[in-house]
Design a protein around this ligand. Structure first.
Ligand code: SF4
Length: 251
């Protein structure tokens, strides 16, 4: 909470959003709302308590859902829910329908993310990867219409339906042109700049983030590094880059 408050005091940072597993959300919703946070991405891989427990090893779906309700009561906007699409686990039509029910009267963006191969998950990837087309086919067959990209759009393709308050989204990293509009740079917990989540280049910039008077030098370095940003990842040929898993990399 303190980190959010410090970031919000910095006028140079326009938008502060966190990604969380939502544990304890029911208890901290009030404080999060007061902190000035602009948005929250919550991971919920299934609305079925048994499947949720199977994936996460925890029995905590209810506290997350209660937390979301609390945030909504506090009029907190910009709630996104993400699930990783897993073959045979949460990719059935009834899973898609239960998410549709969830967002029917709920102003929440729900997004399925296609499982990506990283440096340390090859067996898991081979067992559970399923194309995001399975979900987009469902959307196309059920009157969901793709929304045009906004200026600040990330890699998610969003779908709207006038009968629903919420939106659906799909992050499909193996689809054609996925990286075409990429405007993302990342930084790891150790201060390494990553030009792409799956890139195999990136230098440490931590030493230039120590004092306010280093801003220009930091900008110069980042701008020079941008020349090395590739047009796409190379996941389709098994190149997963330097990142062993995604838990150490921020946005
Ligand atoms: S270039 Fe890398 S970071 Fe950007 S959208 Fe593609 S995979 Fe993601």
């Amino acid at each position: 909470m303190d980190i959010i408050k410090i970031i919000k005091k910095n006028s140079g940072i326009k938008k502060t959003v966190i990604t969380t597993n939502g544990y304890h959300l029911d208890r901290i919703a009030d404080d999060l709302n007061k902190s000035g946070l602009d948005g929250i991405n919550i991971s919920i891989d299934s609305l079925d308590p048994k499947t949720f427990r199977k994936i996460t090893g925890h029995d905590r779906l209810n506290e997350i859902l209660e937390g979301i309700k609390k945030l909504q009561k506090l009029n907190f906007k910009n709630i996104k829910v993400n699930a990783v699409l897993l073959r045979g686990v949460n990719d059935k039509e009834e899973d898609f329908k239960s998410w549709a029910n969830f967002i029917k009267n709920n102003q929440i963006d729900f997004r399925y993310i296609e499982l990506m191969q990283t440096g340390d998950n090859l067996d898991y990837f081979n067992q559970y990867h399923v194309s995001a087309n399975k979900f987009t086919d469902y959307l196309n067959n059920n009157n969901w219409v793709i929304q045009t990209f906004g200026k600040d759009a990330g890699p998610s393709k969003n779908y709207i339906n006038p009968e629903y308050k919420g939106k659906f989204g799909v992050i499909a990293p193996y689809s054609k042109d996925f990286c075409k509009s990429c405007n993302r740079l990342r930084i790891t917990a150790k201060g390494d700049l990553r030009l792409c989540l799956f890139g195999n280049t990136g230098i440490n910039i931590r030493h230039l983030m120590q004092r306010d008077n280093q801003t220009e030098e930091l900008k110069d370095l980042i701008l020079k590094q941008l020349n090395y940003k590739k047009e796409s990842h190379y996941l389709e040929i098994g190149e997963t880059g330097l990142t062993k898993n995604l838990s150490t990399t921020g946005g």
